[in-house]
Write a protein that binds this ligand. Structure first.
Ligand SMILES: [Zn+2]
Ligand SMILES: [Zn+2]
Length: 172
């Protein structure tokens, strides 16, 4: 059980605690999504906010795995966000507001998973650095320069830079 689904009739009478997880293998994810490395922790409070209207004040936290912008190594990156969201029944006045999430008039449960997915994708970075001093890939042969010089390019050789400084080549 995802535990991110809440009985709407119950919600109309009282606020509930949100404390669940969204797993990387949940069917809510679509191909190409930057899925979490394992699970996203989803917490907070879901409260009634008028007729057919609910308010979620909560928090999501997890770890995304994204490629290093220099060497492309898969790198864990923490992802967190606060949620202050209104849910309203489809067809209501509020439902036209693009900041309001909707549920169907015959829905028995309010499912937070689509919203958690959206918050996650908005906050997951596209690229990170695997470490601050990542040397990246050799532009010539593609070798990972973090593993040592590849031999085909002087780019990583500081002695070469020193020579260039002493004897700058003419501007073309
Ligand atoms: Zn890197
Ligand atoms: Zn190389």
């Amino acid at each position: 059980m995802a535990m991110l689904s809440f009985d709407i009739r119950e919600l109309e009478t009282r606020a509930v605690q949100v404390d669940g997880t969204l797993n990387a293998d949940d069917p809510i994810w679509e191909p190409g999504d930057a899925v979490p490395s394992d699970t996203i922790r989803v917490t907070g409070r879901l409260s009634p906010a008028g007729a057919d209207r609910f308010y979620w004040h909560g928090h999501i936290a997890g770890t995304a795995v994204v490629p290093c912008r220099r060497c492309l190594t898969d790198t864990p990156a923490p992802v967190e966000d606060e949620a202050h969201l209104i849910f309203a029944v489809a067809g209501s006045e509020d439902a036209d507001d693009p900041d309001v999430y909707t549920f169907g008039p015959r829905d028995k449960n309010l499912d937070l998973r689509p919203v958690v997915r959206e918050l996650w994708l908005l906050n997951a970075p596209a690229y990170v650095l695997c470490r601050d001093d990542c040397k990246g890939l050799c532009p010539t042969c593609g070798a990972d320069l973090n593993a040592g010089p590849c031999g085909c390019s002087p780019a990583g050789d500081t002695r070469w830079d020193a020579l260039r400084k002493l004897d700058p080549s003419p501007k073309s």
